[in-house]
Design a protein around this ligand. Structure first.
Ligand code: FDA
Length: 393
């Protein structure tokens, strides 16, 4: 039986950050990771370049049953703090768009920096081992591991992430652990995920597979302006991934093509300037050809632009500004970037991420009911919550 001050389950972004901070305080730390390598999601993120934070991170970029919960940790360890960490490790980075920061070279640099810091802080990393059972023992915890060994610790930090990408080792471990110690878990669902459609709609979209357009996607009072991509399964691209976190079954998504464009004005001008053109050709001047064809068919206008009344153009313009689709589902955890929902924040202290009713038990990172938008926010939550717990665990 080996005793540590702190045992952390999960060597992802949150777990490693917590291990570094706790280790630097002189705590003996052991990180248990059932995968073969630490930080696998960091490694594959952002197309291998890791969108490690966002310049504009604020509490408004997160979904949670308690929208105030993330404030404290995000303020204690900010995006500037993590940028400082990246700079100190000599990792070159750039802003891609919308405040999203990526490594110039490789996400592996972040993983190497974190594992190097863990080593320097004296933390032990045990790979390829999982926790078979854990329980409260005295003032602390006892964990039985898959290799037959047993650990005891004063502080147990659950950093096992969400359910997305089970192929990479995602499990429901953290949610089960929360329930075991009497904490509530809010409903979980795949988020930042491509959306799927019924066979008839899919058949309509099929010729457009691979086509992208700038849109705004609106659902349940929230809208995102970014690119949308037609795929052979339905819709994807950043605007759709973003809105997927707000969408629920049975709800519509309203799409505006080329947000900011006055489509009625555009069509009326085309009627004057190119009266012999069909709507499809007019649309193809602004949108990809195959998409222009689909939208012109859906507008159902017969004849050339010269044949169209103001009323008809107004109707076509309105369609281009509020094209409504109703997804039937999503691609699920297989491709979702994150899990929405998780350990109920009512049971956690927002400053330390410690369970209110179980001293010494902490939940950090994605397992908590705090889910960021697309764009580096989820890693920032992992760094901020991991750092905050690391100051006290
Ligand atoms: P994370 O999932 O990283 O780590 C949890 C660790 O616990 C894993 O290593 C897992 O193997 C381990 N584990 C699970 N159960 C265990 C058990 N029972 N025993 C032992 N170990 C266990 N975000 C962002 O901000 N920018 C981006 O660019 C991207 N890109 C991106 C791409 C893809 C493809 C995905 C799937 C996700 C992203 N994300 C992202 C989201 C981001 O990866 C995610 O929010 C963080 O990795 C969450 O960090 P955590 O440390 O909480 O969990």
């Amino acid at each position: 039986m080996t005793r540590y001050d702190v045992v952390i389950v999960g060597a992802g972004a949150a777990g490693m950050m917590c291990a570094i901070e706790a280790g630097r305080r002189g705590r003996s730390v052991c990180v248990i990771e059932h995968g073969k390598a630490p930080g696998e999601k960091i490694r594959i993120s952002g197309g291998g370049r890791c969108n490690f934070t966002n310049l504009h991170t604020g509490p408004g970029n997160f979904l949670s049953a308690n929208p105030h919960f993330a404030k404290s940790a995000l303020k204690r360890y900010t995006q500037q703090d993590f940028i400082g960490w990246v700079d100190r490790h000599g990792i070159a980075w750039h802003e891609k768009t919308l405040g999203q920061l990526f490594c110039d070279q490789s996400a592996r640099q972040i993983v190497d920096g974190l594992t190097g810091d863990m080593r320097d802080a004296g933390a032990t990393l045990r790979l390829g081992v999982s926790v078979t059972s854990h329980t409260r023992e005295g003032e602390g915890f006892r964990l039985d591991l898959s290799d037959g060994s047993t650990l005891t610790c004063q502080s147990l930090v659950i950093a096992s992430g969400g359910k997305s990408i089970p192929k990479m080792g995602a499990t429901g471990f953290g949610y089960d652990a929360a329930r075991q110690y009497g904490l509530a878990v809010t409903e979980t669902r795949p988020a930042l995920v491509p959306l799927t459609f019924d066979p008839d709609t899919l058949a309509r979209f099929k010729p457009l597979s691979g086509v992208a357009a700038d849109i705004s996607a609106r659902c349940n009072g929230t809208a995102f302006e970014e690119a949308m991509l037609f795929t052979h399964r339905g819709l994807s691209g950043p605007a759709i991934l973003q809105i997927s976190s707000f969408w629920r079954e049975g709800h519509d998504i309203v799409i505006r093509f080329l947000p900011g464009r006055d489509w009625f004005g555009t069509l009326r001008a085309a009627r004057t300037e190119t009266p012999r053109q069909a709507l499809q050709s007019v649309l193809a001047e602004h949108l990809p050809k195959r998409l222009a064809q689909l939208l012109a068919e859906e507008a159902g206008l017969r004849g050339n632009m010269a044949d169209q009344s103001d009323k008809k153009l107004q109707k076509a313009g309105a369609m281009l500004e509020s094209w409504t689709v109703r997804p039937t589902g999503s691609e699920g955890y297989r491709t979702a970037e994150v899990t929405l929902g998780g350990v109920d924040t009512n049971g956690l202290d927002s400053r330390t991420l410690q369970a209110r009713s179980v001293p010494g038990l902490y939940f950090i990172g994605e397992v908590v009911d705090v889910t960021g938008w697309l764009g580096g926010y989820n890693f920032q939550w992992a760094w901020s919550s991991g750092w905050s717990a690391g100051q006290v665990a």
